[in-house]
Design a protein around this ligand. Sequence first.
Ligand code: CUA
Length: 334
Amino acid sequence: MTGFYSFLADGKGFWMPPQASDFAENVDALFYFILWLSVLVFVVLMALTGFWAWKYKESPTNRRSSPISHNFQLEFMWSAIPTVLFVVIFAWGFRDFTALSATPADALQLRIVGQRWNWSISYPKLDRECTSVALANGDNVVDFYLPVNRPFTVQMSSTDVLHSFWIPAFRVKRDVLPNRYTGFTVTPTRVGTYPVYCAEYCGTSHSNMKAFVTVLSEEDWEKDFVQTDKCKLDPKSPDYKPKLFAKYGCNACHGVNPEQGIIVGPNLYGIGTRGIGQTTAGPVTTDDDYLRESIEYPEKKIVAGFSGKNMPSYKGRLSEDELAALIDYIKSLQ
Ligand code: CUA
């Protein structure tokens, strides 16, 4: 992953990222058709308006006491031509839109879960789950991988509010809803790394809800993804715990050092040494039991001064080992 905006430089167009999927060309073609049509209509209209304003300007020699009130041919034309153009645009868009829903049998399947404020992307058939990586600035960035020239289909849902999964280079964007599955099918056509955004305002850290998709060649896909689990966190690695903290999106809301202050929820720095903390349910001892309870049932004992409405329950989402590692990590912040 090189510079965040390097994809702009690789793009062919003036304002478009590169066309990295089979769908991108369709979208760009329709975009440019509408753009140039609008330019044409604007220029012709403005030129005629200016010309006629000049030509028919009222003057002693140019009086219009009985202006024309109807002209059937003219009126028919200005209704019929735009109607035809709109139908063409609709049919064109509809054809492309339906292509996004056609899923070939061999398509790679992905599950995408949006939550405030990160994505979790998994491959049910490959038993892979791609996770967040904590960056120095505390952003959540999920890396995930796809093979080139092979269609993939996504099934998306949200654990909380509306999000929107958007890969500009693929020209696909779909809302992610808490109560309904949405999805699309598209084929990446260009090897490279492309940014993914959340395109639906979903709260404080909406702008940090980012991901990167890397499109691999068929060979690299086999070697680097199918054979080796790029996405798996290694419990033996020294940065396993902070990565786990990021994987579950904890870092989107909780600062881990005094400099980060309060992002959304309480800053966790020093919580293990604090001893007694004030909560909505009275004073609590900030021990392992309290931390565990707060991860699984965040609404039970909310730290004084916070609403607690932003945090989802993590009950059943972490393995026993992961829970223990997270609690260890939180206690180690001092
Ligand atoms: Cu999720 Cu904006």
